[in-house]
Design a protein around this ligand. Structure first.
Ligand code: CP
Length: 324
């Protein structure tokens, strides 16, 4: 277990060592157990987290806010559209000023090409830790919750074959950050990772290269396939969700019409039957029901989406308790 993490930013798990990430999981399990047992753990009493959102959220907002309250502190909800950011507050001003009011700054900024750099600019100016609640590149807390869920359900991650797959959705062009953070973290922990996606839905080349390097040093594997079924076949974990064709086009309408060619990339019971006998189904939510995944699968016995969503709370509390 690693101590002395106070003050650290969590922008991507790639910037934390495996031992540090193991510590996050250990603390998350302890806090989860404490909550189940009704044991109070106000380790952040009198501390305040600023939560700055440029984009909508259900789980992230609710779990960070609940987590801060359970740790004895407070979270303030700030929406970019109701602040002076639109009238000129810079990232530096946000970092310096919110850093003087608060003990941590959490940010969701998913704009393609600028979300991650905005968060890094705030972090550069801030004297308190900055936590990435999702940007255009990464969603580290989702990936940490996913890893905790997989370990709880499947045990040793080195024995797990994980299918990280594109699935069609019509609601909006979702960021690349969930699959990117997941392939980065799963390969760090030695899983056999398959990325399945149509040719137009590639992930960022530097992220894919890092996933390959992670797999090599952790002793797992990483492969890319353009076949939906090959990704699912014999997998222990089927994690299929939509994302936009950002590397093919930055035009939302064009991305949507490219996606419409792949409406058969939906997880249904026949597809789940291709996976391993005790395979689990995961999705970070919100899902486009009966478009990305059928009701029968997401509400069925193989689905762990509610446990997965719950684990957001526990991993976030762990990182806040360790860093703030
Ligand atoms: N999975 C996730 O980040 O959910 P929200 O967008 O609702 O926060």
């Amino acid at each position: 277990m690693i101590t002395g993490l106070r003050g650290r930013d969590m922008i991507t798990t790639q910037e934390w060592t495996t031992e540090e990430l193991d510590t996050v999981l250990e603390v998350a399990k302890r806090l989860k157990m404490d909550r189940a047992m009704g044991v109070p753990h106000p380790v952040l009493r009198d501390k305040v987290l600023a939560m700055l959102f440029f984009f909508s959220s259900t789980r992230t907002r609710a779990s960070f806010e609940a987590g801060m309250a359970q740790l004895g502190g407070h979270a303030q909800f700030i929406e970019s559209k109701s602040t002076q950011i639109a009238h000129g507050d810079t990232a530096k001003e946000i970092g310096v000023i919110l850093g003087r009011y608060n003990d941590g700054i959490a940010i969701r900024q998913v704009d393609w090409g600028s979300g991650n750099s905005y968060i890094r600019d705030v972090a550069e100016a801030s004297r308190v830790p900055v936590l990435n609640m999702q940007c255009d590149r990464y969603h580290p807390f989702q990936a940490l919750a996913d890893l905790l869920t997989i370990v709880e359900k499947k045990g040793d991650p080195r024995e797990v074959t994980l299918d990280v797959s594109y699935a069609y959705a019509s609601s909006y062009q979702k960021p690349l950050s969930v699959p990117q953070s997941l392939i980065l973290l799963a390969t760090r922990f030695g899983m056999q990772v398959r990325l399945a996606r149509p040719p137009e839905f590639a992930l960022m080349p530097d992220v894919v290269e890092s996933a390959r390097a992670n797999a090599e040093s952790a002793g797992g594997s990483f492969e890319v396939t353009e076949s939906f079924e090959d990704g699912i076949r014999d997998a222990d974990v089927v994690y299929a969700k939509s994302w936009g064709a950002m590397l093919t086009t930055t035009d939302e309408g064009e991305s949507a019409s490219i996606g419409a060619r792949y409406q058969d990339w939906i997880i249904d019971e026949d597809r789940m039957a291709l996976a391993g006998p005790n395979a689990i189904y995961m999705h970070p939510l919100p899902a486009d029901r009966n478009i990305e995944v059928t009701d029968a699968v997401i509400d069925g016995p193989q689905s762990v989406v509610y446990d997965q969503a719950e684990n957001r709370l526990h991993v976030q509390k762990a990182v806040m308790a360790l860093t703030m």
